[in-house]
Design a protein around this ligand. Structure first.
Ligand code: ZN
Ligand code: ZN
Length: 164
């Protein structure tokens, strides 16, 4: 497999990864998924993104470095990684569905609506609400989604530099 060209995003990802390729390989093995060459390539492509990415972006990344990997394999591998909780589904500010690499566990994400920078947080502000809802409605609640959008510090200062 050809290495992806180094980008600022990839460097940032390498320094600040919530999980690495070896940990993902161990998780796949623990769940009886074989670490095939194509899956390994998808994992590498995913780890090169420090910011949210779409499945189509991974397809495009691999078209350059590993053109023999089909779109269906990419989508299926992303689904497997999401089921193992190392990819979280997020929505971009424009509503597009995307993934972000994250450590397993219940997490929410603060997403910069301009540059896509992501901050994960594990404190769940919805827990009490979910307990109350379950008690009041008798629903067996299975999950919830919460995302927070805003401008990151870099984008904020870029914006204030533009205003006189
Ligand atoms: Zn930003
Ligand atoms: Zn939560």
């Amino acid at each position: 497999m050809t290495a992806l060209p180094p980008t600022a995003d990839a460097e940032r990802a390498a320094n600040d990864r919530p999980i690495d390729a070896e940990s993902i390989a161990r998780l796949l093995a623990a769940h009886d998924y074989r670490l095939t060459g194509p899956r390994r390539a998808v994992v590498a492509a995913v780890l090169a993104h420090a910011r949210p990415f779409t499945a189509e972006q991974i397809v495009a990344d691999l078209e350059r470095s590993a053109p023999n990997i089909g779109r269906a394999t990419v989508y299926r591998t992303l689904e497997i990684l999401a089921s193992l909780d190392v990819l979280k589904r997020v929505h971009l500010a424009d509503g597009r569905a995307a993934y972000v690499v994250d450590a397993p566990g219940h997490r929410h994400h603060l997403v910069c609506s301009r540059c896509g920078d992501v901050v994960a947080f594990s404190a769940c502000p919805v827990e009490q609400l979910v307990r109350d809802l379950s008690r009041d409605t008798d629903f067996a609640i299975e999950g919830h989604l919460l995302e927070v959008f805003g401008l990151c510090p870099v984008c904020r200062s870029a914006q204030s530099a533009l205003t006189p």
